[in-house]
Write a new protein. Structure first.
Length: 162
């Protein structure tokens, strides 16, 4: 079983700093992470920016298209909703089918605001505790998790990995 986790930090650069620490973690810890992206939202910025964490040797990465869809639903769903007629509609059903429900999306949207940042990890189910030990110098203020079955993760890979 895999997990999609969001690690929220109360500073705009906290997730980026932790991303560098994760990249410098032991090879065993890095292997637990299939994909990693951080979101920063400086005070005064109209929208957050996203960047993948490079150097993790993530052979199972879902890629930019997955993160684009996920972050679009989280941070831009009112715009997407206007474009398709409803922020719910079939898109929510599609994400729910992958194990990412509306509650997770809404909680992330409420948590990541100007002046904060977040680290998003797709990892093995055992990674959260091991990675948390790596992050003790700059602990997150909130961790949200969506558990994905093997079938859901496989479906994500079928859709988003070339």
């Amino acid at each position: 079983m895999s997990e999609l986790t969001m690690w929220k930090f109360d500073t705009a650069d906290g997730a980026e700093r932790v991303g560098y620490a994760l990249r410098d973690a032991t090879p065993q810890q890095r292997r637990l992470v299939a994909d990693a992206v951080y979101v920063t939202w400086p005070v005064g910025a109209r929208k957050p920016s996203t960047r993948p964490i490079t150097g993790l040797d993530t052979q199972a990465a879902l890629g930019e298209s997955f993160w684009g869809v996920l972050f679009g639903m989280i941070f831009y769903s009112p715009l997407l909703g206007a474009a398709v007629g409803s922020a719910g509609g079939p898109m929510w059903g599609g994400l729910t089918g992958f194990g990412i429900d509306e509650t997770f999306v809404n909680r992330v949207r409420d948590a990541v605001t100007p002046g904060t940042s977040a680290l998003f990890l797709l990892s093995s189910g055992t990674a959260c505790d091991q990675i948390r030990d790596t992050l003790r110098f700059d602990p997150p203020t909130m961790v949200l998790t969506a558990k994905l079955t093997r079938r859901q993760e496989s479906s994500l890979r079928d859709v988003f990995v070339d």
